[in-house]
Design a protein around this ligand. Structure first.
Ligand SMILES: NC(=O)C1=CN([C@@H]2O[C@H](COP(=O)(O)OP(=O)(O)OC[C@H]3O[C@@H](n4cnc5c(N)ncnc54)[C@H](O)[C@@H]3O)[C@@H](O)[C@H]2O)C=CC1
Ligand SMILES: O=C([O-])CC(=O)C(=O)O
Length: 328
């Protein structure tokens, strides 16, 4: 049996937390042979702490063979202590009529505190995924607040957008989701994101050629994927939770256990490639192996793609400027 690893989850009593924790404890994230110790963080209010206790009671009641321990806390220094993985979910979600950027000032402060705590107490190899919105900029803040940890340890969740794009393409082409390869989503987890199927293939054949409808790409596909979060809020009255938890599981699973050469999308700090300034937390195609992600390099960027990639970049630069005062 492997040694247990420590997985910190913030916002553990929230909607996403409720869909996420049980899957981590059952081995869906890190493998059916990997015991885990869950270290759960919630805000220091009675209601949230009581709800967290309830979640921990239910985790107990599942008698998961891989659940080697549990810690519930309102202190990031306890929840992140020696954490090997940290899923930063806890933040206020948006409601109807709001954009994710509306959450910026309110949620940004959380990630300076949590970045510092990770810096102080987490494993030096901790893999951090930021889910709380606006995810890219919150991940950027956490990374900047943790100067002693490698920047590459901090990532933002674009996987839900990636998965949404796969489903739209499967439905358009009448093919199986599992057969679609080399799809990506560039940029910010916001409606400005650029879901790009120019390189995607199904059994070696080009998806772009199969669809052969640039008008559909621009007027149906891109807005559908970009605004899907808002469409879910309209329909459910609450933001996506099970699909978000699923995407978080996919992201961490692939980062830890590898993708066997398959592309997935992760928000990662830019190294300057593709004209994205260094350090910007930007969705790009990656492959993962041996616990590390590697950016897919050298893709051709045509004029339309450049325009879309710069558009989403500019939004990220504005968000970055909007939180600069928290990082000085
Ligand atoms: N990146 C992505 O693709 C997606 C991101 N999200 C975002 O995930 C976040 C969480 O969503 P839900 O679970 O639906 O919200 P929720 O409101 O149901 O749960 C959030 C939980 O976080 C807790 N929390 C707030 N501040 C905290 C802090 N400083 N430390 C620890 N816990 C804290 C709250 O008490 C609450 O229990 C939101 O920001 C939402 O917009 C949601 C869907 C997809
Ligand atoms: O849209 C929201 O606010 C929640 C979210 O990030 C998503 O569903 O993609």
């Amino acid at each position: 049996m492997k040694q247990p690893v420590r997985v910190a989850v913030t916002g553990a009593a929230g909607q996403i937390g409720y869909s996420l924790l049980f899957r981590i404890a059952s081995g869906e994230m890190l493998g059916k042979d990997q015991p885990v110790i869950l270290q759960m963080l919630e805000v220091p209010f009675e209601k949230a702490q009581a709800a967290l206790k309830g979640v921990m009671m239910e985790l107990d009641d599942c008698a998961f063979p891989l659940l080697a321990g549990m810690v519930g806390s309102d202190d990031p220094n306890v929840a992140f202590k020696d954490a090997d993985y940290a899923l930063l979910v806890g933040a206020r979600p948006r409601g109807p009529g709001m954009e994710r950027s509306d959450l910026l000032q309110e949620n940004a402060k959380i990630f300076t505190v949590q970045g510092k705590a990770l810096n102080d107490v987490a494993s030096r190899n901790v893999k951090v995924l930021v889910v709380g919105n606006p995810a890219n900029t919150n991940a950027y803040i956490a990374m900047k607040s943790a100067p002693d940890l490698p920047a590459k340890n901090f990532t933002a969740m674009l996987r839900l957008d990636h998965n949404r794009a796969l489903s739209q393409l499967a439905s358009k082409t009448g093919k199986a989701v599992a057969d679609i390869e080399t799809m990506t989503v560039w940029g910010n987890h916001s409606p400005t994101m650029y879901a790009d199927y120019r390189f995607a293939t199904i059994a070696g054949a080009s998806v772009k050629d199969m669809i052969n409808d640039e008008d559909w790409n621009r007027t149906v596909f891109l807005p559908t994927v970009g605004k899907r979060g808002g469409a879910i809020i309209e329909a459910r009255g609450l933001s996506s939770a099970a699909s978000a938890a699923n995407a978080a599981i996919d992201h961490m699973h692939d980062w830890a256990l590898g993708t066997n050469g398959k592309w997935v999308t992760m928000g990662i700090p830019s190294d300057g490639s593709y004209g994205i300034p260094e350090g910007v937390m930007y969705g790009v195609p990656v492959t993962c192996a041996n616990g590390e992600y590697t950016r897919v390099e050298g893709l051709e960027i045509d004029a339309f793609s450049r325009e879309r990639m710069d558009f989403t970049l500019n939004e990220l630069l504005e968000e970055r400027d909007g939180v600069a005062h928290l990082l000085s």
